[in-house]
Design a protein around this ligand. Structure first.
Ligand code: HSE
Length: 435
C-alpha cells in the first residue's frame, strides 16, 4: 500500500516527539498498519530544525500552502492556540485533508465549528493528544465505553498543578515557592496562568464532558477555579483528616443538568486518584454498566503526547477509504443526536465542603457556627478546633455532608457576619468519588 503522507504544522516539543516516534517505531507501526507513515511536508519557524528532525520532508514556510499540498493526506496541527492554528485547521479541512490536533483550546472553544466544517467536507478530525497527553482517554470515551451511560468523570488533567500540589503537601511549602521550583524545572511556563488557574484543565474536561454526554462543546459554561489561592495549611489539615487536595476537572450528569467544573477538591486519601502525584495525570470515569474505570499516565511530554498523535494518524489511515458511516463520530455520538443540555450554575451543584473558620476563642462560637449551618440545612460530618492561633483566635475546620452549593454559600455569608468570626471563611469542595 502507498504510504500515508503527513503534513506537520509545528516542530515544538510535541512535533519533535512525532518525528521521533514515526522514525523510531517505523517498523512496529508498519507491522500494525500495513503501510508506512511518512512525514512528507513540514512547517515551522525554524527551517534548520525542520531539516534536522524531518530530513525527508519538504519544508513549507506557509501553513496554508502545506494544507493544500497534493502530497499531504493528513494535516497534523501542533502549533497550539487559536490564532494561526485555527485558521490552518479550517483551511486544511476545506482542502479536504484529514486533521490530527493536540489543541485542546481550539477544540474546547471552537470545536463545534471545526467538527461541523469537517462533516461538510467529509474529513476526520482526531484529537487524542488534546486531553491527558499519552493517556488514550478519548479512545476510551468514544469507543471503549460506547455501551454505557456515562455518569461522571473526574480527572487530574493538569500536570503542572498536580506537581505543585504534590510538592506543597510533601514539603509543606507555600504555593509561590513551589511555583518557582516548577518554573525552574520547566514544568510551569513563565506565565503559568493557563495551568494554575484551571484554564487548561477546563478545556480538557469540556472536551470529555461533550464526549461523555453527547452535547456540544460548551467551554463558556465551565467553572474555573485554580490553585493559586490555596494555603498550605489547608493541605496539611486535609491530610490530617484523611484527605488530599487535588485540582480536579469534574463533569457529572444529574437530573437537573450537567455539572462542569474545575477546582481544588478534597478527596479521600484511599482513592486511587488521591495517590496520583507529580506531573502525572489520571482520569476516573463512572459508567452504568462497567462501573468505575481509571486511566493513568503521562499527561504531557514529547514522546507520550506524540504517542497519542501517531495513534490518531494510524486510526485515520485505517479508515481512510471507509464510508463516513463507518467512522467513529467526532464527539462520540452521531451528529444528529448531539443534544444541548443545560450546564448547572455553581449555586445548583451538589457537593460536600471543607470550611476553615478563624474565630474568637470563646464560649458559644462553635454553637453559633453550627446553628447557622443547620439553618441552611447543611449537616456537619466533622468539626474540629485545630488550635489557637494567638491568645484569642481559634481555627476551626468543618467538613460537611453533601448539600447544594447555594446553601453552603448562604451559611458562609451568615458565618462571616458573626462579630466573632474573621473574614473570609475558606471553602474547598470535597468529593467522595465512590459509586
Ligand atoms: N500544560 C499541561 C499540563 C500539559 O501541565 O498538564 C499540556 O496539556
Amino acid at each position: 500500500m502507498n504510504p500515508i503522507n503527513i503534513g506537520l504544522l509545528g516542530l515544538g516539543t510535541v512535533g519533535g516527539g512525532v518525528a521521533n516516534v514515526i522514525g523510531s517505531n517505523a517498523a512496529e507501526i508498519g507491522r500494525r498498519l500495513g503501510r508506512e507513515v511518512r512525514i512528507s511536508a513540514v512547517c515551522d519557524l525554524d527551517e534548520a530544525k525542520a531539516a534536522a528532525l524531518c530530513p525527508d520532508a519538504v519544508f513549507v514556510k506557509d501553513p496554508f500552502a502545506l494544507a493544500a499540498r497534493e502530497d499531504v493526506d493528513v494535516v497534523v496541527e501542533l502549533f497550539g492556540g487559536t490564532g494561526i492554528a485555527k485558521d490552518a485547521v479550517l483551511a486544511a479541512i476545506k482542502a479536504g485533508k484529514h486533521v490530527v490536533t493536540a489543541n485542546k483550546k481550539l477544540l474546547a472553544e471552537y470545536g463545534n465549528e471545526v467538527f461541523s466544517l469537517a462533516a461538510e467536507n467529509n474529513v476526520m478530525v482526531n484529537f487524542e493528544a488534546a486531553v491527558a497527553g499519552g493517556i488514550p482517554i478519548i479512545k476510551a470515551l468514544r469507543e471503549g465505553l460506547a455501551a454505557n451511560n456515562i455518569k461522571s468523570i473526574a480527572g487530574i488533567i493538569n500536570g503542572t498543578s498536580n506537581f505543585i500540589l504534590s510538592e506543597m503537601r510533601e514539603k509543606g511549602s507555600a504555593f509561590a515557592d513551589v511555583l518557582k521550583e516548577a518554573q525552574a524545572l520547566g514544568y510551569a511556563e513563565a506565565d503559568p496562568t493557563f495551568d494554575i488557574e484551571g484554564h487548561d484543565a477546563g478545556h480538557k474536561i469540556t472536551i470529555m464532558s461533550a464526549l461523555a454526554f453527547g452535547t456540544p462543546l460548551n467551554f463558556q459554561a465551565c467553572y474555573l477555579e485554580g490553585i493559586s489561592k490555596l494555603d498550605s495549611r489547608d493541605i496539611k489539615y486535609a491530610e490530617e483528616l484523611g484527605y488530599r487536595i487535588k485540582l480536579l476537572g469534574i463533569t457529572r450528569k444529574t437530573e437537573k443538568g450537567i455539572e462542569l467544573r474545575v477546582h481544588p477538591t478534597l478527596i479521600p486519601e484511599s482513592r486511587l486518584l488521591a495517590n496520583v502525584n507529580g506531573v502525572m495525570n489520571a482520569v476516573r470515569v463512572n459508567a452504568d454498566m462497567v462501573g468505575e474505570t481509571l486511566y493513568y499516565g503521562a499527561g504531557a511530554g514529547a514522546n507520550p503526547t506524540a504517542s497519542a498523535v501517531v495513534a490518531d494518524i494510524i486510526d485515520i489511515a485505517r479508515l481512510f477509504d471507509a464510508d463516513r458511516e463507518h467512522r467513529v463520530p467526532y464527539l462520540a455520538f452521531q451528529p444528529a443526536n448531539i443534544q444541548t443540555q443545560p450546564v448547572l450554575p455553581m449555586d445548583e451543584i451538589t457537593s460536600s465542603y471543607y470550611l476553615r473558620v478563624q474565630a474568637d476563642d470563646k464560649a458559644g462560637v462553635l454553637g453559633d457556627i453550627a446553628t447557622l449551618l443547620a439553618a441552611q440545612g447543611v449537616s456537619i460530618e466533622a468539626l474540629i478546633q485545630k488550635g489557637v492561633i494567638d491568645k484569642t483566635t481559634a481555627e476551626i475546620v468543618i467538613l460537611t455532608h453533601s448539600t447544594v452549593e447555594k446553601n453552603i454559600k448562604a451559611a458562609i455569608g451568615a458565618i462571616e457576619n458573626l462579630a466573632c468570626v474573621e473574614k473570609p471563611v475558606t471553602m474547598i469542595r470535597m468529593e467522595s468519588l465512590h459509586g
